[in-house]
Structure formats: C-alpha cells, structure tokens
Design a protein around this ligand. Structure first.
Ligand SMILES: [Zn+2]
Length: 350
C-alpha cells in the first residue's frame, strides 16, 4: 500500500471564498494546497467589472499566509448587459481568466444572473475571439422542471445550441453531476471541458436523507443517483484531459445551513486535494490523480503547470467538527468529525 504521494502542486478550478472577515479563515486552506484557484464571482453585489476583480483579488491576497505562493484567478459575473468591450477590458487586465454564466436564480447569489443567454451574444462573440473561457452553471431554472433533471435539460436547451452558435468558444461545464453531462463532454471537441467536485464523486443523493435531513450534504446542482456518481467517477479517472479538479467548496455559516431554509453549498477546501486522493485511490486510479488535479486545468486554460510539488502522506486524521468563520460564526466542513485517510505534509493541521 502506497504510504506517500508526491504531486505537482494542484490548482482548484472552481472555488468560492466569499468576502470580508471570513477570507482569513477560508483562503489559507486553499492556499496551503493549491497554487491557483478560479475564484467564483457570486458576491453581493457580484464581481462584474475588471475594477471589481482587481479589488477582490487584493482582498484575497491579503488573506494568504505569509510565505505561501497563491494566485487567485479572477472571473467576471455575466449579466444581461455584458458587452464585447467588457470582455476586451477583461482580456487586457491580465488578472481576469474567464466569465461565469449563472442562469438567473440557479444558486447562491445568482439573482442578477443572465435571463436569456442570447442577451450576451456580443460578449460571447468577443470571448470566442480572444479565447476567454465561458464557465457555466449548467442548470435550467424553470419552475416546472424537476430539480434532478435541470442539468440534463440545460445541455439540450442551452449548452448544445450555444456551442453550435459559437463554434470556437471555450466552455467549462462546471461541477457536473450527471451521466448526461459526462457524456456530452466526452463527445465534444477540445474546447469543451468540465470540473468535478468532491461531493459529486463521493456521494449520491441518499446522503441528503441518511437517517434524517442532512443540510451539510445540500449543494447545487443537487447530488444525483448512484449511477450518475459512477459515471462521473469513471470520467474523472478515465485519463481524458478535459476533466479536471474544481472543488466548488462553498462556505456558509453553520446557522444558514442548519436552518428552515438552508443554503446550498458544501465546504471541502480544508482538505481539497486529500479528498480526491481518497476518491481516486478507492477507484484504483491514484496514478490518474496528478493529471486530473495538476495538469489538465492549466492545459485547458493555456497556463503553465505549477513548478512546486506537494506531498500527501497516508496518516488517518479526524476532520474537525467546525472551523472559525469570521468573527462570530462557525463553518461545518464535509464529513465533520469523521476520518480522512490522507494528510498534507507540512500543513497547519498536521
Ligand atoms: Zn460554485
């Protein structure tokens, strides 16, 4: 049995760190493990302009522990009024990597999202021209579509027509949750990729209802049936370079998760690479982990691979019941109080 695992420093291609006082509690978890992270822009108000991104990036960098190298990769939030000039400004900024499409109402702080993708056609044409990826939250939001079918419906109604209309546009289908999404990406050309989260590779929808209602297993897109989890795991470990790591770690205060109307989002950044090591090992595919975590993302984004490496050691440890979260709140992580098999060497939690 392998005792230790050295990897090129990985990146997290889908991350929420929120803003304000909580940055100092969550950013170090990511920065300890990952060289870069795609920072999701769904703040209130959302991060929509280069100026917003410059300032948000600065606040994140102030929360990175001294001596740690970490580069936030900024993303603009698409709204109905986004123009081609917004994209040219983003491309010139050298800090904005992508644009995020949230169908209006799809998830946390998405109320000002795009109401019809054709409203941003000019921006999409400019993105196609400059090679800037569109990151999609792939769910339709129609009230008459079952919540478990929203991703599959998005592929047919929105994604397929859009990639046909913009044949060179780079697209990352974020946090995919279904066999249909994995098949769509496998069958698409090189400009279409997908991120996969810890929770969608590890859990099926039974986890939401195991012995009672489990708010800490509620995320969007919601967990799906076991056959979908199996399809995602097969895709992640297949060696296809268009699947890569994106935790979608999404912290919320304990009180907003454990509530009559709990927020969607699962916190995994504190062990963002360790969880994937466990998942890939259980699938007998540890040899595929480094490409998934460290090579495929930079290749798709046209960035260099990180130069440093990290080492994971097989040393079971107990996940804390909660972490500090801002001045008065607590943050409950995935699998709180349970055991994780791999530990990051030299981490603060060691
Ligand atoms: Zn997300």
């Amino acid at each position: 049995m392998m005792k230790q695992l050295t990897l090129t420093r990985p990146d997290d291609w889908h991350l929420h760190v929120r803003d304000g006082a909580v940055l100092k509690d969550v950013v170090p978890h990511t920065a300890e493990r990952f060289g870069r992270a795609i920072i999701m822009p769904n703040l209130q108000p959302p991060c929509c302009t280069v100026d917003d991104a410059v300032h948000y990036r600065q606040r994140i960098l102030e929360a990175v522990p001294e001596g740690v190298q970490f580069e936030p990769q900024m993303v603009l939030y698409a709204r109905d009024n986004m123009t081609a000039d917004d994209i040219y400004a983003a491309a010139d900024s050298n800090i904005v990597r992508a644009v995020k499409l949230y169908p209006a109402g799809a998830t946390t702080n998405s109320d000002s999202g795009v109401t019809d993708i054709r409203n941003i056609d000019q921006a999409l044409a400019a993105m196609q021209e400059v090679g800037m990826p569109l990151l999609v939250h792939g769910e339709v939001t129609d009230a008459d579509i079952d919540v478990f079918d929203r991703e599959a419906m998005f592929i047919e109604r929105i994604l397929k027509p859009t990639v046909e209309r913009f044949p060179e546009l780079k697209v990352v289908f974020e946090h995919i949750t279904t066999a249909q999404a994995a098949e769509f990406v496998q069958g698409a050309d090189d400009r279409i990729a997908a991120t996969m989260t810890v929770q969608h590779l590890l859990l099926n929808r039974n986890a939401i209802f195991e012995g009672g209602l489990r708010p800490h297993h509620y995320c969007l897109p919601v967990l799906k049936r076991e056959r979908h989890r199996e399809a995602l795991l097969a895709a992640a470990t297949s060696g296809n370079p268009r699947f890569f790591l994106g935790t979608d770690s999404a912290p919320h205060p304990q009180g907003k998760k454990e509530s009559a109307c709990g927020c969607a989002g699962i916190y995994t950044a504190f062990a963002g690479i360790e969880f994937y090591a466990e998942i890939f090992e259980q699938a007998g595919a540890l040899d595929k982990l480094e490409a998934f975590a460290s090579f495929n993302g930079p290749r798709f984004y046209g960035l260099p691979v990180n130069e440093e490496s990290i080492t994971l050691v097989r040393e079971p440890w107990t996940i804390p019941d909660s972490f500090a979260f801002g001045d008065n709140e607590r943050l409950v992580p995935l699998r709180a109080g349970e055991t994780l098999q791999w530990r990051l060497q030299g981490s603060a939690s060691e």
